[in-house]
Design a protein around this ligand. Sequence first.
Ligand SMILES: C[S@@+](CC[C@H](N)C(=O)[O-])C[C@H]1O[C@@H](n2cnc3c(N)ncnc32)[C@H](O)[C@@H]1O
Length: 293
Amino acid sequence: MHIPVMLNKVIELMSPRNNGRYLDATVGEGGHAKAILEASAPDGSVVCSDVDGTMLGRAKNNLEAFHAKIKFLHTNYRDIEDIARETGIEKFDGIIVDLGFNTAQIDDAARGFSFSNEGPLDMRYDTSSGVTAYDVVNKFDQERLARIIKEYGEERQSRKIAKAIITARKRSRIKNTAELASIIAGTMGGRRGIHPATKTFQAIRIFVNDELENLKAFLQKAGDFLTIGGVLIVISFHSLEDRIVKQAFRQFSLLTGPVFKILTRKPAVPDEEEIRHNYRARSARLRAIKRIA
Ligand SMILES: C[S@@+](CC[C@H](N)C(=O)[O-])C[C@H]1O[C@@H](n2cnc3c(N)ncnc32)[C@H](O)[C@@H]1O
C-alpha cells in the first residue's frame, strides 16, 4: 500500500475545516484524501481525481467509508477547469497535487514502470491513449532519444545510451523493461549507487506522460480555483518539477486580481523518521501557497 508523503504537513498547511470543499487531483490510493476527509468531518467533502482509472478503482475501495462526501473523476489534473465544471465547484478551500507515480503502479509489472520487474514497455498513467515507452524506445531517432534522456533524466551519458538503444533495436525490437534495463546497464558498466537505468526510465516516463507540461499548464490556472483562504499544495519528487513549482508560485503573486502568500519559503522536506519508514519520501519537496484576497 502506498504511504502518503508528509501527511502531517499537508494537514497543517491546508487546515481542512468542517464544510470545506477540497480537491485531491492525484488521488492515487487515497491516503491524503482520507486525512483531509477526517480533518474536515463531518461535512467537508473531497473531489478525488486521477488520470489512471486503475488507481481510481483502488481509491474507491480504500475510501468506501467516505463515499457520501466524495466525487470521483477520471481526469488529468491539468484540466482543472473540467473538474470544476463537472462537479459544479468553482473554487476549492484546498487543492493537493502529489506528483509522479504510485507504489501500486510501480509494483505492477504489467504497467512497465519498473526496471526491476519484467513487463511490457508502457509507462502510461492513462492507458487509454498516448504514446507508450515502446514507441519511444523503438521508433524515435537517436537524436530525439538522447534529448529526452538528457532533458528529463538529467543523465550525463544520454548520447551513449541512445546509441546503444539504436544498435540493440537493429537486431530486434526492444520488447520489455528488462531488455531495456539490461541494454542501459551494459553501456554504463557497473557503477555504484543507483541502478544505471534509473534516470533513463524516469526520462521516458516523464516524456510519455507529458509530466512537466501538465504541471506548467495546471499551475498557470490553479490559483483561479482557490477560495480566499484556500491553499494549494504541490508535492514533487525531483528538481525539474520543484523548479517549475517554485517559479510558478513566484508568478502567482505578480498577477493582478487574487492575492497570494507563499507558505513555504523553502520547500518542506520529510524528516529522517519518515524517510526511514518510507524510502520513497526521501526526494519529496512540498510547496504551498495561500490565496489571501
Ligand atoms: C504519488 S501518487 C498519489 C498518492 C496519493 N496522494 C495517496 O496518498 O495515495 C500520484 C498519482 O498521480 C496520478 N497522476 C499522475 N499524473 C497525473 C495527471 N496528469 N493527472 C491526474 N493524475 C495524475 C498517478 O496516476 C498516481 O496515482
